[in-house]
Design a protein around this ligand. Structure first.
Ligand code: SF4
Length: 63
C-alpha cells in the first residue's frame, strides 16, 4: 500500500508566501516543516483518508 504519511498530507500543513519565497509550516505547532517529514501527530486530510481506504479495500479484495 502506498505510504501517505507525511506533513504534506496532514490537515495542519500550511504554505505561506514570504518575501524570500515559499515557506512550509505546521499550523498546529507553529514550526517550519518539510512536506516529506513524518511525525506521529499526523492527521490525514479527508481526500487522503479516502484514498487510503480505497487502497486498503483494493488490497484486501486482491488478496
Ligand atoms: S508536524 Fe504533525 S501536525 Fe504538523 S503538519 Fe506535520 S504531521 Fe501534521
Amino acid at each position: 500500500m502506498k505510504d501517505y504519511h507525511c506533513c504534506a498530507t496532514c490537515i495542519h500543513f500550511g504554505i505561506e508566501k514570504t518575501e524570500e519565497g515559499i515557506n512550509t509550516k505546521c499550523t498546529r505547532l507553529g514550526y517550519d516543516t518539510n512536506p516529506k517529514y513524518k511525525f506521529n501527530c499526523w492527521v490525514p486530510k479527508e481526500r487522503v483518508r479516502r484514498a487510503m481506504e480505497k487502497s486498503f479495500h483494493k488490497k484486501n479484495v486482491e488478496e
